[in-house]
Design a protein around this ligand. Structure first.
Ligand code: A2H
Length: 253
C-alpha cells in the first residue's frame, strides 16, 4: 500500500457446492470468492482459481444475500468503499484457511468451463488484493508456471489434497493473440525462458513484464463478443460490462 492507490477489479467466483468447512455457510447466501485482477478482459481464459493454503481468509457478510470470501484486511478496505453493509466493521461469518478453499468448485463469469476449482498458489501475498487470484495461464506467466507445477508434480497435488480431476482436464485456453508471441503468450515466454516452477522469481518477473506490456499494446482478443478488437480498445468496456451484470466490483487499496 503505497502512495498511489491501485485499483483492482474483483471478480465474483461463485461456489457451486460448499464442501468441508464451507458447509457451515449452507443456506446463508451466495458464497462468492472475490478474485483481484488487473486484467478483467482475460476472464475468458480462466482455468482455475488460486488461494494460499497457509493464508488466513474469512467469509464476510456482503450486501443483500452475498457472502464474500477474502482476507480480513481487504474486507475492511472494501467496507470503506461502500461495498459492505456496515462501514469499517465487516461481519465475519466464518474464519477460513486457504487450505479450506482448495477444491471448492466455482462458476466464474465469462469462463467457458461450467466449473473450475480452487487450487494452491504459494506465491500469493496476503497484504495485496484479496488473497484470491483467478488463473489465466494463457496470459499470466505466474498462473502458467503454477498450473504446470500441479499438472506435472503428483507429490504436490497429494501434499495439498488436490484431486487429479481438478487440474488435469484443464488446458491453456487461447484468448488473446500477440504478434510474435502467438495466442498463448505466457506459455511461449515461460518456455522460451525455461521457467522451472512458480518459484522461478526472476524469470517470471521478466516474462510478466514482456507479456503484460505487449498484451496491452498489441494484443487482439480472439474469443467472446469483442473478438477482433485490440485489448487496449475493449479492456474498459469488458470491465464495465461485468460490473453492470453484477459479476464484478471495483476495489482500491
Ligand atoms: B492478474 P500487482 Cl491474465 N498475490 O490477473 C499475488 N498475485 C496477485 C495477488 C496477490 N495477493 N492479487 C492479485 N494478483 C495477481 C490476471 C492476470 C494478472 C493476467 C496477466 C497478468 C496479471 C489473471 N491472473 O498480473 O502486484 C493478479 O493476476 C500481472 C502483474 O498489483 C493481478 O492481475 O501489479 C496481479 O497479480 C496484480 O499485481
Amino acid at each position: 500500500e503505497g502512495v498511489n492507490p491501485q485499483e483492482y477489479t474483483l471478480i465474483k467466483m461463485e461456489a457451486v457446492e460448499l464442501p468441508g468447512k464451507l458447509a457451515a455457510l449452507q443456506g446463508r447466501g451466495r458464497v462468492l470468492l472475490l478474485a483481484a485482477t488487473l486484467r478483467p478482459e482475460t476472464m475468458y481464459g480462466q482455468t482455475n482459481c488460486w488461494a494460499l493454503p497457509d493464508g488466513d481468509y474469512g467469509a464476510f457478510q456482503g450486501p443483500g444475500n452475498e457472502i464474500y470470501v477474502m482476507t480480513a484486511r481487504s474486507a475492511l478496505n472494501l467496507s470503506w468503499q461502500d461495498r459492505m453493509p456496515v462501514e469499517g466493521r465487516p461481519e465475519l461469518l466464518l474464519a477460513l484457511k486457504g487450505q479450506d478453499l482448495i477444491g471448492v468448485p466455482l462458476k466464474a463469469p465469462n469462463c467457458p468451463h461450467e466449473r473450475i476449482y480452487v487450487l494452491p498458489l504459494l506465491t500469493i501475498l496476503t497484504n495485496k488484493g484479496t488473497g484470491v487470484v483467478t488463473s489465466v495461464p494463457s496470459d499470466a506467466p505466474d498462473d502458467y508456471a503454477a498450473l504446470m507445477d500441479l499438472k506435472k508434480k503428483e507429490p504436490m497435488r497429494v501434499k495439498f489434497g488436490v484431486k487429479d480431476e481438478w487440474v488435469l482436464p484443464y488446458e491453456v485456453i487461447p484468448i488473446i493473440n500477440i504478434p510474435g508471441y502467438g495466442d498463448r503468450a505466457a506459455q511461449t515466454m515461460c518456455e522460451k525462458l525455461k521457467v522451472q516452477s512458480q518459484n522461478d522469481k526472476e524469470k517470471l518477473e521478466e516474462a510478466k513484464k514482456e507479456v503484460y506490456l505487449k498484451g496491452f499494446t498489441q494484443g487482439t482478443l480472439i474469443v467472446g463478443p469483442h473478438a477482433g478488437h485490440l485489448v487496449s480498445e475493449v479492456k474498459q468496456v469488458i470491465k464495465e460490462e461485468m460490473i453492470a451484470a453484477g459479476q464484478a466490483i471495483v476495489y482500491s487499496e
